[in-house]
Write a protein of this length. Structure first.
Length: 286
C-alpha cells in the first residue's frame, strides 16, 4: 500500500497564492471601475479636441465651426425666450406622441400576444407597416391637417406604436406555460391573469420598447419640424441652416442630442427602480 505524503511547501504556497488572487478580484474590479467609467468621457473629449484643432487650422470647411464657437453660440442662445418656446413646443409634441403611441402599442401587443388567431390574421400587414418610416406619411398628413403641431404629434405616436407593439407581443408570447397553467388552476379570471401574470412578465419588454420608441419619436418630431416649419427646435435648425448661421444651428443640434441622452438616462433609471426585482436587473448590478 502506498503511503500518503503531506503536501509540500511549494504546493501549499501555490494554493494560498491562488486563494489570495481570487480574494483580490473584487478589489481589482473596484479599482478598475472608475477608470472604465472615465474612458468614454476621455474618448469624447479627444474627439471634440480633434474637431477643434481641425477647424482652427482650416482643415474643415467654414460650414463646420469649432466646438468652442458652437458652445459660445449655445450659451448665448439657450437663455433666450425664443429658444424656451421652441424647446417647450418640441417636448410637448414629443411627450404627447410618446404617451399616446405607447398606450396604443402596449394594448395591441397584449391583444396580439394573447389571441394567436388575431396575430396570424394580421402579422403580414403588421410586418409590412413596421418597416415604413413614419415620415413617409408626412405629405398626406400635411394635406389633411396642414403644417400643424398635430401632424408632428400624430407621426411621433405612429413611430412609437411599432416598437411598443412588438416588444409587448414578444413579452406576452414568451410567458412560460407554467405561469399560465398556474393562473388557471387558481381560478383567476381574465382581468386577474392580465394584472397578476401578463403585465409583470411583459414589463421588462415594455421598458426596452419605451427607450427605443423615445428615440424614434424625438427624431420624427424634429424631422417634421425641419421639413414643415412646425414650431420647435427643428424649425429653428432649418432657419439657421438656410441663413448660413451655422454655430447656432449646430448648437441646436447638440441640444437635441443632449435631450435624447438625458431621456435615455431617465428611462434607464426608472427601469432599474421599477424592475429591481427582475432577474435582468440583478444581473446588470452584479
Amino acid at each position: 500500500m502506498t503511503a500518503l505524503t503531506p503536501p509540500t511547501e511549494v504546493e501549499s504556497t501555490a494554493d494560498s497564492s491562488v486563494g489570495r488572487s481570487r480574494d483580490d478580484l473584487p478589489a481589482v474590479r473596484a479599482r478598475r471601475r472608475p477608470l472604465l467609467r472615465a474612458l468614454p468621457w476621455v474618448t469624447t473629449l479627444a474627439i471634440l479636441g480633434l474637431e477643434e484643432l481641425l477647424s482652427r487650422t482650416g482643415a474643415l470647411p467654414e460650414e463646420v465651426p469649432a466646438v468652442t464657437t458652437v458652445i459660445g453660440a449655445a450659451v448665448a442662445l439657450v437663455p433666450t425666450p425664443d429658444f424656451l418656446l421652441s424647446l417647450t413646443a418640441t417636448l410637448q409634441q414629443f411627450g404627447i406622441g410618446l404617451v399616446v403611441g405607447a398606450l396604443i402599442g402596449v394594448a395591441l401587443g397584449v391583444a396580439l400576444g394573447g389571441i394567436p388567431l388575431l396575430y396570424r390574421l394580421t402579422h403580414v400587414v403588421l410586418d409590412f407597416l413596421r418597416f415604413v418610416p413614419a415620415v413617409v406619411y408626412l405629405p398626406l398628413l400635411v394635406l389633411l391637417m396642414g403644417a400643424t403641431p398635430q401632424a408632428s404629434l400624430f407621426l411621433a405616436a405612429l413611430g412609437t406604436v411599432w416598437p411598443m407593439l412588438f416588444q409587448t407581443y414578444y413579452g406576452v408570447v414568451g410567458i412560460p406555460p407554467i405561469l399560465k397553467d398556474t393562473g388557471r388552476v387558481f381560478g383567476l379570471r381574465p382581468h386577474q391573469r392580465l394584472t397578476a401574470i401578463v403585465l409583470p412578465a411583459v414589463l421588462p419588454f415594455v421598458a426596452t420598447g419605451l427607450r427605443i420608441a423615445a428615440s424614434h419619436a424625438l427624431v420624427v418630431v424634429v424631422a417634421v419640424q425641419i421639413i414643415t416649419a412646425v414650431p420647435g427646435l427643428g424649425r429653428d435648425i432649418a432657419v439657421y441652416a438656410s441663413n448660413g448661421v451655422y454655430p447656432e444651428m449646430y448648437a441646436l443640434v447638440a441640444v437635441v442630442g443632449i435631450i435624447g441622452v438625458l431621456l435615455n438616462l431617465v428611462l434607464e433609471t426608472l427601469e432599474r427602480r421599477a424592475l429591481h426585482w427582475h432577474a435582468s436587473q440583478r444581473e446588470t448590478r452584479s
